[in-house]
Design a protein around this ligand. Structure first.
Ligand code: 5GP
Length: 178
């Protein structure tokens, strides 16, 4: 195990099996709907790349970057740093997230896309941290529920590093409490 990690929560194999399960469910629910998968940068990248291998109906992909985090804490104000190019009026949208914590980011993004006239919006998240929730946010597709700890890997960073780990682990407190 890497020295900066306290505990491995999901191995790479477990993440792939989660993506298979979610992909099958999305395939069944979105046949003939041609959903737009909107990946929330940057954390969504490895998850979206694995997930789409297991979706067997027509989809489109776009990306948005919204930011509310600094270090290990949510700031509560969300800024859109990069917007999608796809018109979403009357389209079925799936927001692809690495993790839902407070829910602030998704709440803001969902309001924005609702205002643009999306036909439906659902959330697909690899990880859910329900103990951190500050707004009502119930993702329809959840990979794995985790305790209220700061995790890294498979897209998730600490100050922009560790996104390239192929597993999800709890970051040792000694790394960020110096
Ligand atoms: P929320 O707006 O739900 O509080 O946070 C969503 C975003 O915060 C995620 O996309 C992710 O970038 C970041 N985040 C929340 N919890 C964690 C965590 O445990 N580890 C890391 N690395 N990022 C997190």
């Amino acid at each position: 195990m890497d020295s900066f990690v306290e505990e491995i929560l999901l191995s790479h194999g477990e993440i792939v099996r989660i993506c298979e399960r979610l992909g099958k469910k999305i395939t069944a629910d979105y046949q003939d709907k041609r959903p737009v998968l909107i990946g929330l940068l940057k954390g969504c990248i490895p998850f979206l790349a694995e997930l789409i291998k297991h979706i067997k109906c027509d989809i489109e992909i776009d990306f948005m970057q919204a930011s509310s985090y600094e270090g290990t804490k949510s700031k509560g104000t969300v800024m859109v740093l990069k917007d999608i190019a796809t018109p979403v009026k009357d389209r079925h949208l799936l927001l692809i997230e690495d993790i839902v914590d407070t829910g602030f980011t998704l709440e803001e993004v969902m309001h924005l896309l609702q205002d643009r006239g999306a036909a439906s919006i659902e959330v697909v998240t690899l990880l859910d941290k329900p103990a951190g929730r500050k707004v009502i946010m119930n993702p329809k597709y959840i990979g794995h529920e985790i305790p209220n700890k700061f995790v890294v890997g498979f897209g998730l960073d600490y100050n922009e590093i560790y996104r390239n780990l192929d597993y999800i682990g709890v970051l040792k407190e000694s790394v960020y409490k110096k």
